[in-house]
Design a protein around this ligand. Structure first.
Ligand SMILES: C[S@@+](CC[C@H](N)C(=O)[O-])C[C@H]1O[C@@H](n2cnc3c(N)ncnc32)[C@H](O)[C@@H]1O
Length: 295
């Protein structure tokens, strides 16, 4: 496996909770590197894969062709428009919808996207190249209060106030253009305050909150879940793998909005990957899986 190849998270759990059987129809709303799709196809399921990033779809198409699969559908789009995309290619009343949220390894490793603070690159962060606003646009134009809100509410960053203040004071002379520029500023704020972080880099939450806002991730997830539920047939399932508390809260709140006699909760407490998987794929460590069935 190449360093930037994406390892699918909780693969067996996803197959089990989707209840994949030959002839059943599934939507993978987050195609990524196509690992979950390939597993569904191997079990005899039919699949529509959606992704906002054309690179993901190209990688998946190549992978599936190389594995000998020719019958599958891949559509570029945002899962916030899931119902329209799915009905456009005849995927209505499906047996299951998968959301494996966030980004794929090859997106993180591509320095031109600016998703990783470990790589020098433009402060961009758009997963869909058609989106208009980049992370640099936000950093260089939001007011100090807006930046505080973004870092604190979306990223749960405890030094939100100090980081926002330093950004606003620095950008007057020199706008932020690169990942390393922003990373350095956050590191300096932490060092000056004598703060340390457990297990994560100080810039983790600032970068995560920018990515979430640039890609409108929370709103998209709310819309995607509602539309996925509409697209399911009775007995159909939704499986969601989330990677941070903000996403998981949206999934939990969405389930609460459903009438009790219309939904069966398949996992009471979100499921985590096994220790073995975390050892093999450290990026899976924050994954949480939830699954529901339409009844
Ligand atoms: C973690 S990866 C999925 C990996 C995939 N399950 C696999 O096995 O390779 C997440 C993918 O979802 C896509 N994505 C994230 N948000 C999206 C959205 N709102 N609409 C469509 N695709 C989205 C990203 O571009 C990325 O390719």
């Amino acid at each position: 496996m190449l360093a930037n190849e994406h390892k699918s998270v909780m693969l067996q759990e996803v197959i089990d909770f989707l209840n994949v059987k030959p002839g059943r129809r599934f939507i993978d709303a987050t195609t990524g590197g196509g690992g979950h799709i390939e597993a569904i196809l191997k079990m005899g399921g039919e699949v529509l894969g959606i992704d906002q990033d054309p690179v993901s779809l190209n990688i998946t198409r190549k992978r599936l062709n190389e594995s000998g699969f020719s019958v599958f559908k891949l559509v570029q789009g945002n899962f916030a428009n899931l119902q329209k995309i799915a009905s456009g290619v005849g995927f209505t009343h499906v047996d299951g919808v998968l959301f494996d949220l966030g980004f794929a390894s090859f997106q993180l490793e591509d320095s031109e996207r600016g998703l990783s603070f470990l790589k020098e690159g433009p402060l961009d962060m758009r997963l869909d190249p058609n989106l208009g606003v980049t992370a640099a646009d936000l950093i260089n134009s939001l007011s100090e209060n807006q930046l505080v809100g973004l870092f604190r509410e979306v990223g749960e960053e405890r030094l939100a106030q100090s980081i926002a203040r330093q950004i606003v004071s620095r950008r007057v002379n020199q706008p932020f253009l690169t990942t390393q520029d922003l990373k350095k500023l956050v590191e300096d704020v932490y060092a000056r305050k004598g703060f340390t972080t457990n297990h994560i880099h100080p810039a983790t939450k600032v970068f995560m909150s920018l990515r979430i806002v640039v890609n409108n991730e929370f709103e998209n997830l709310k819309n995607g879940l509602e539309q996925a539920f509409q697209t399911l047939k009775i007995g159909g399932r939704i499986v969601v793998i989330s990677f941070h508390s903000g996403e998981d809260r949206i999934v939990k709140d969405f389930v609460k909005t459903l009438e009790k006699d219309k939904v069966k909760i398949l996992v009471k407490k979100p499921l985590a990957p096994t220790q073995e998987e975390i050892k093999d794929n450290p990026r899976s460590r924050s994954a949480k899986l939830r699954a529901i069935e339409k009844i």
